[in-house]
Design a protein around this ligand. Structure first.
Ligand SMILES: Nc1ncnc2c1ncn2[C@@H]1O[C@H](COP(=O)(O)OP(=O)(O)OP(=O)(O)O)[C@@H](O)[C@H]1O
Ligand SMILES: [Mg+2]
Length: 404
């Protein structure tokens, strides 16, 4: 069918033509925004899930919801080797701009505090000219959010910002993607700041998103984090939602899927949003006409798989060193061994014991720690429970068995 009218959107953070199966999260967030706006206690929200399940897209949708309520919003993405100060300063600068300009003096004060916070990064010895500034004209405020202790500074910064938002009867929401990549000091400071803010009833919320082990990262940092954040697991779509993700955009273009085609699509994609978009795109281009049939899906499958092998799996596999790749393959083989014992069907196995991986490789578990730690750091695997390890990328085991 006409590729120009192809509605599907595979790609990191690409807004899907139909945001299917997330109504519950969107509705819950509206309640959170209303409660915070009224000074009611609310926990900050943290979305967790595997690669490609739609965390970034949902985070953006939640941000839009906050913007519609005229909140000030900002977004940032954590990176493993970057500190929080600068990207957070930019995000909060954006949030203040979105709040509008009620009382210029108050706004200038908060902007000055953000600037002071940002500039503390350069260190006390840095020359003035080196000091980075997120484009703020107001002069830096002295003695606020500039102690150099990220925890103290963050509390002061969010308190002042929350005060401004409360004065103008709005709220501020900060969206933090790839939150598992924050450094330990920044995680701990952010938890402490959220704790403080929630006690003071100021209208500020942090909404995070990250890989499935993010709750473990947060609770290792502060034991009270479980009470501080509300975790929402973002998962693959149930059949109904997956069908809608495909059928609704098609309908907009006056096309449709036969029921057997939708069934074949679900079998192939497992309901994972990224796969739904990738298969949707391939089948649309290759199908001769509407309605799209199960046979069209069969024809398009190799195309979709090839696309995923390069863009989704391959790009990640390439980030691993030869030793790490061996470890990844051994994880995939361990799952097969478990399935062969009849314990669980292969597709249901989400994690494997690290001891099994060592057995497959015929090595001592300790000798494998460097490879495992490097893979954890690269975000290719995660450990949800002690002694077990899992891929962060859905269907990665299958990919490795077929291509690795
Ligand atoms: N609810 C949904 N319905 C249909 N398609 C979706 C949905 N959510 C996400 N997608 C699609 O899935 C793909 C992946 O989405 P996104 O980048 O948000 O995932 P992610 O969880 O942030 O992945 P990563 O962990 O790699 O950052 C995109 O192509 C997006 O359009
Ligand atoms: Mg993402």
């Amino acid at each position: 069918m006409d590729p120009i009218r192809n509605p599907y959107a595979p790609g990191a953070g690409q807004r899907p033509p139909e945001l299917a199966g997330r109504d519950e999260q969107l509705a819950a967030f509206d309640v959170v925004l209303e409660r915070i706006a009224r000074g009611r206690p609310e926990r900050s929200l943290v979305l967790t899930g595997l690669r490609g399940v739609g965390k970034t897209v949902l985070l953006n949708a939640l941000r839009s919801a906050a913007v519609r309520k005229r909140w000030g919003t900002g977004k940032l993405e954590a990176r493993p080797d970057q500190r929080l100060r600068r990207p957070l300063s930019s995000a909060l600068h954006q949030a203040v701009r979105e709040l509008g300009h009620p009382q210029a003096d108050d706004v200038d004060h908060v902007l000055g505090v953000i600037r002071a916070f940002a500039q503390r990064e350069a260190g006390a010895g840095a020359k003035l000219a080196d000091r980075w500034n997120p484009g703020i004209d107001a002069p830096a405020v002295k003695g606020r959010a500039d102690s150099g202790d990220i925890e103290i500074d963050l509390v002061e910064l969010l308190t002042d910002l929350g005060g401004l938002a409360a004065d103008v009867g709005k709220g501020v929401a900060v969206f933090l993607d790839e939150m598992q990549d924050l450094g330990p000091d920044d995680v701990s400071a952010l938890c402490a700041a959220c704790h403080e803010i929630s006690q003071s009833g100021l209208p500020v919320i942090v909404v995070g998103a990250g890989l499935p082990h993010l709750p473990a990262v947060l609770s290792a940092s502060k034991s009270y984090s479980e009470r501080l954040f509300r975790y929402q697991r973002i998962d693959r779509l149930v059949r109904d939602a997956a069908d809608r993700a495909l059928a609704a955009p098609a309908k907009e273009e006056d096309a449709e899927f036969e029921p057997a085609a939708l069934e074949a699509m679900y079998a192939a994609t497992g309901g994972y949003p990224y796969f739904i978009q990738a298969y949707g795109k391939a089948v649309w281009d290759l199908a001769p006409a509407s309605p799209i049939t199960a046979a069209d899906v069969t024809v398009a499958a190799p195309e979709a798989e090839a696309e995923l092998a390069v863009g989704f799996f391959g790009s990640r596999f390439e980030r691993a060193t030869p030793g790490e790749r061996e470890y990844l393959r051994a994880m995939a083989d361990s799952a097969v061994a478990i399935a062969e014992c009849g314990a669980e069907p292969l597709d249901d196995i989400q994690s494997v014991p690290t001891a099994d991986v060592a057995t497959v490789l015929g090595k001592r578990p300790q000798s494998l720690s460097p490879a495992r730690d490097a893979l954890l750091k690269k975000g290719l695997i995660y450990s949800g429970e002690r002694g077990r390890i899992a891929f962060t990328v859905p269907h990665f085991g299958r990919y490795l068995r077929e291509h690795g």
